[in-house]
Design a protein around this ligand. Structure first.
Ligand code: COA
Length: 170
């Protein structure tokens, strides 16, 4: 897989694999914003550790870590990741961060899922995608349900959701 050549187009957004030059102050500020990072592991981001993180994800053949960009302005608004990808089991785990809060609630995440998962099923030949999410994240469950994910396991504070290729709603 040559990551350099990958670009996934949606209606309002496009996705490209993140490279170190995208480790910006803005990206750091998302991760250091208590509203955005409430349910994320990272809370003390610096440009230097973001660069290291992006580099390690870019070099990992079992990870596809994309920036989400606004088509009109080319503004970097968030990230989405398939990791780990298991090409033998044909599975991957999906993770999403829309960092720009003024883009929340506009259906960006479902649009990202639509085009990313079409790529995952058609080009990467995957068959099952899972994701985990805390119940407190407003909209996260609704967003994944829009492309066909179903609740696979329910915990006190979180869900594990699963999408089989045949249930994908494009
Ligand atoms: C959770 C997240 C991925 C959802 O993405 P999104 O692009 O905002 O998703 P949608 O626009 O489809 O919103 C889903 C639903 O939640 C609602 N919603 C989203 N943000 C909302 C908010 N701040 N307040 C109230 N409702 C909200 C939407 O109206 C929509 O409901 P509807 O289908 O009835 O219209 C995104 O908001 C996000 O990245 N949040 C912060 C980071 C995070 O916690 N990520 C981990 C996610 S697993």
């Amino acid at each position: 897989m040559n990551k350099k050549d990958i670009r996934i187009n949606g209606e309002r957004i496009y996705l490209v694999p993140l490279t170190v030059e995208y480790a910006s102050e803005k990206y750091c500020s998302w991760l250091n914003d208590p509203v955005v990072n409430k349910y994320l592991d990272t809370k003390n981001a610096t440009i230097e550790n973001l660069q290291k993180y992006i580099k390690s994800k870019y070099e990992d053949p079992n990870c596809l870590f994309f920036g989400i960009f606004d088509k009109k302005t080319n503004k970097h608004i968030g990230n989405v990741k398939l990791e780990p990808i298991d090409f033998n089991l044909k599975t991957a785990v999906l993770g999403t961060l829309i960092g720009e809060k003024n883009y929340w609630g506009m259906g960006i995440a479902p649009e990202v899922y639509k085009y990313l998962l079409k790529y995952a099923f058609d080009e990467l030949k995957l068959e099952t995608i899972t994701a985990g999410m805390y119940k407190g994240i407003v909209g996260a469950l609704k967003a994944v349900k829009k492309v066909g994910f179903k609740i696979h396991k329910e915990f006190d504070d979180a869900y594990k959701v699963l999408l089989k290729k045949e249930d994908f709603i494009f």
